[in-house]
Every structure is written in C-alpha cells, then in structure tokens.
Design a protein around this ligand. Structure first.
Ligand SMILES: Cc1cc2nc3c(=O)[nH]c(=O)nc-3n(C[C@H](O)[C@H](O)[C@H](O)COP(=O)(O)OP(=O)(O)OC[C@H]3O[C@@H](n4cnc5c(N)ncnc54)[C@H](O)[C@@H]3O)c2cc1C
Length: 393
C-alpha cells in the first residue's frame, strides 16, 4: 500500500524546519542572492545548533515506526527549499559526486572520500543532454590515468574538495567506454577556468574546469572496473541510475521554491481581502481565486509525484519512470507556478520587496540540470512505450 504518512515526531521536526527557515529567509536569502561572489558557509551560524536533518535521516534508516527515509527526505527538501532556493539550511551531507560515490564506488573509495564534498562533472562545451557524447579522455600511462578535456557548469565547483569526472577510454567504443574518475582539487593539470554568474540559485557555486594532462592514481577509477563493456551500457547505465534518487530531489527543490512564492502570494492577497472561500463554489469565485487554487493544486500534485518516486525507492522498487515524472513535473510547476505567482502579485511581484521574484528565478533551474524537461519527458515516453534510447531519441 502506498504510504506517505508522517509520524508525530517527524512532523514536529518539519515544523521546526519551517521556523528555522524564517530566520534564514530574513538574514541570508537575499544577501547571497545579491552577493553572488561570496560563498555561503557550509553550515549557516544559526543552523549549527539545530537538528541536522540529513544526519537524522541516515541514523533513522531501517528503524521501525519512522517515516520512510527517502520520502521524509523529500518532504524536508520541499520545506528546506522554501524561499532560500538551494541555500536551504545549508546542512548537506554531500554533493552529486557523493551520490555517485555511494552508488558506484568500492568500499575503499567510499571510506577514502565519503567525508568530503564531491561535485559531479559530466557536462562539456559540446555535450550536455547527450551525455554519452563526452569528449574528455582518460588513458592509462603506467599506474596513472591521464585525463584531458573541459568540464563546464559544475555545481559546487568552488566549494567541493574534488569531483567525479566522466571521461571516455575510447570514443569509438560508445557508452561502454565511459568511466568516472575521482579528481581532487590541487591535482596538477586540474584547473578552475571560471565561476559562472547566473540568473538564479546564485548561492550555489557553478564553475568550469580544464583537465590538461591531469594524472591521477590508477586506483581512482570509480568502481575500479577498467574493462570497456562489450554490451552498450556497462558502467554508464549504473552512473545514470544515480539520478533515479537525485531527480526527485531536484523536483522537490523546485516545488519548495514555488510553494514559498505561493505563501507570499497568499499572504499578500489576504491583506487585500482576497482569500479562497471553498464554501462558495466555483460559480461565485473570482478569476484571481481560481488562479490561486490552480497554483496550490499544481504544487500539491508536484509534491505527490516526488513522494511517489521516493516511496518506491524506500520500498526497494524500481523508480526510473517515476523519478523522471517527478523531475519533469517539478520543472513544469517551477516555470508555470513561478510565473503565476509573480503575476498574481502584480507590479510588486518583480520588485525585491518580496522573495517571489527570486523564487521564480531560482526555480528555473529545476527544468535544466539533471536532465532537462525535454529529456525527462523522453525518458518517460521510452518507459511507457518500452522503447530503448535507440528507438526514441
Ligand atoms: C546552474 C547549473 C548547474 C549545473 N550543474 C551541473 C553539474 O553539477 N554537473 C554537470 O555535469 N552538469 C551540470 N549542469 C549542466 C546541465 O546538466 C546541462 O545544462 C543540461 O544537461 C543540458 O545540457 P545543455 O545545456 O548542453 O543543453 P543541450 O543538451 O544542448 O540542449 C539544449 C536544448 O535542447 C533540448 N534537447 C536536447 N536534446 C533533446 C532531445 N533529444 N529531444 C528534445 N529536446 C532536446 C534540451 O532540453 C534543451 O532545451 C548544470 C547546469 C546549470 C545551468
């Protein structure tokens, strides 16, 4: 049975998150939006005495009677993203590279790097959605891998201690030759090219890197499998599976941002005497009230797709289709809901008097990284039609 129930203890924690978030909103949200050149601390001063949500989730894994961990994690992500975009409470356990390390790394690799923030570097100037087209190369020279290439738009690029870099051992061999490598900062030949200046999620540092004859130990190939897979797929399939758990997280983030914008809209319209009176029925509602209902319904339906994908993960069931649905829906709601929220606020909607305009800008990313909306729609179509990537591109 599908179960999204939350126990009393966990609800109290989420209420506490809401309270903490009000403090963060007031002190830091706009600050790090305006001061994009500054990197927010890993843990915001106020948050260090608060319950550490990701740690709490890890400690509760498998315990009886607790809200299912992945589902709970998404619920807290939605709350955590309210208003601050990805700044949230800044209580993360790791970056996207850490997710790949946990999914693909050997036990020794997980022990060696698990405690450090790792980014994930796939995208290149000539390859984005089609990640199998990467041109960064890796070849063995004695007991070292030598990497050459360019990586762009790396989230956490500045603050991460290192990153999981995708490279091909032999471009002519397709997906089976794509491997990932751990490259730590300070390795000669691994250089920061630039930090991006962005429309939204400015508190998140995004950077570009160059790898020029960058040498790393042979043991730093993630997962340790050096052979090129004969069947198309190999490690690549496993690497892509990392996204089955992170895509609902991106959907949750976007949903949270729009939920925050909606909260502002509801509060502002209330001041003007506009509230949804459910007793009145549709015939007596104004167009404005109908739009508010639409906005809330979109947010709720987006949250439900996120919960479904994470509930499947909690119960050990495949969630490839559902995680792409959650990501695509989160992207749709981020664009449509963000636009609607700003519109409902009228002219003040685009001023810095409110954070709604920031939510709108921040949420735009939901439909871009970890697979654009179009790509996730493609994955959904393939899954529903039982097509492979060669049948539907
Ligand atoms: C702020 C930010 C952070 C990022 N963080 C990371 C990160 O940490 N690591 C990383 O590796 N990358 C990261 N990225 C890169 C991101 O994953 C890519 O931007 C994304 O994969 C799209 O690639 P692209 O920009 O090259 O667009 P393209 O692939 O060139 O696509 C351009 C447009 O065409 C559409 N399109 C492409 N192929 C198809 C198709 N087959 N059918 C229909 N439409 C299609 C796309 O949806 C898009 O609208 C980040 C990007 C941003 C903006």
């Amino acid at each position: 049975m599908v179960d999204f129930s939350i126990n009393e203890h966990d609800q109290k924690v989420l209420d506490e998150v809401d309270r903490m978030k009000a403090v963060i909103d007031e002190k830091y949200t706009r600050y790090y939006d305006i001061h994009e050149e500054e990197i927010a601390p890993d843990v915001l001063p106020e948050a260090k005495d608060w319950v550490h949500l990701p740690k709490m989730q890890m400690e509760r894994m498998g315990q009886p009677g607790v809200t299912k961990p992945a589902t709970y994690s998404m619920m807290s992500s939605i709350e955590n993203c309210l208003g601050t975009g990805v700044l949230g409470l800044n209580q993360r356990m790791g970056g996207l590279g850490n997710a790949a390390l946990m999914a693909q790394g050997t036990k020794e690799q997980q022990e060696k790097w698990g405690g450090q923030l790792l980014a994930m570097a796939i995208t290149e100037p000539s390859c984005g959605s089609d990640s199998k087209a990467i041109e960064t190369t890796a070849h063995l020279d004695g007991d070292e891998w030598v990497l050459n290439g360019e990586k762009i738009f790396v989230t956490d690029g500045i603050r991460a201690k290192g990153m999981v870099v995708w490279a091909t051992l032999d471009k002519s061999k397709g997906r089976g030759a794509i491997k990932s490598f751990i490259v730590m900062k300070g390795t000669p030949g691994f250089d920061l090219a630039k930090k991006e200046h962005k429309l939204g999620i400015r508190c998140s540092d995004t950077a570009a890197f160059v790898l020029k004859d960058c040498r790393i130990p042979r043991s730093d190939l993630l997962g340790g499998k050096e052979a090129i897979a004969e069947k198309q797929g190999g490690d690549f399939k496993g690497l892509m599976a990392t996204f089955n758990m992170t895509r609902p997280g991106v959907g949750a983030g976007g949903t949270g941002m729009i939920k925050h914008a909606a909260k502002i809209v509801i509060a502002e319209l209330k001041k003007e005497g506009v509230e949804v009176d459910w007793e009145q029925g549709p015939a007596k509602r104004s167009a404005l009230q109908d739009k508010l209902i639409d906005l809330e319904a979109q947010i709720e339906s987006s949250a439900l797709t996120v919960y479904r994908a994470s509930w499947l993960a909690d119960t050990g069931k495949p969630n490839n289709l559902e995680s792409s649905i959650a990501k695509a829906k989160g992207g749709d709601v981020s664009r449509y809901g963000g636009q609607l929220a700003v519109e409902l606020l009228g002219t003040v909607g685009i001023t810095e008097d409110h954070l709604a305009e920031k939510d709108w800008r921040d949420a735009r990313i939901t439909d871009i990284y970890e697979g654009t909306g179009e790509i996730n729609h493609l994955i959904i179509a393939r899954a529903l039609l039982s097509y492979g990537s060669a049948d539907l591109m």
